[in-house]
Design a protein around this ligand. Structure first.
Ligand SMILES: [Mg+2]
Length: 96
């Protein structure tokens, strides 16, 4: 197995960028980093992504199919990127 091309942090930041590009394109009205939304709204966004991780595991368990690492990785990256976006909204740490 070869080494991944990117670090975990690079992939998470790429996902954060993707989230903002989707908002800019009009797919979403806001992202988790939008300072105009409530913490409760942010929590629902984060939990939706956590739920998608649970769905993968639940379906794998129910059907006996293997848990696909790439699918799980993608959803976990989305969870992490949402947490990063929430931290951005708090503004308590410097970006970068
Ligand atoms: Mg997802």
């Amino acid at each position: 197995m070869s080494a991944p091309d990117r670090t975990i942090w690079e992939v998470i930041l790429m996902e954060r960028g993707r989230q903002e590009r989707l908002r800019a394109s009009g797919k979403f009205r806001f992202t988790i980093a939008d300072t105009r939304i409530s913490h409760e709204r942010r929590l629902t966004i984060l939990l939706e992504e956590v739920g998608e991780v649970a769905k993968i595991l639940n379906e794998s368990d129910a059907t006996g199919r293997p848990t696909y690492t790439l699918e799980l990785t993608s959803e976990l990256v989305q969870v992490a990127a949402c947490a990063v976006g929430w931290l951005e909204a708090l503004g308590t740490m410097r970006d970068g």
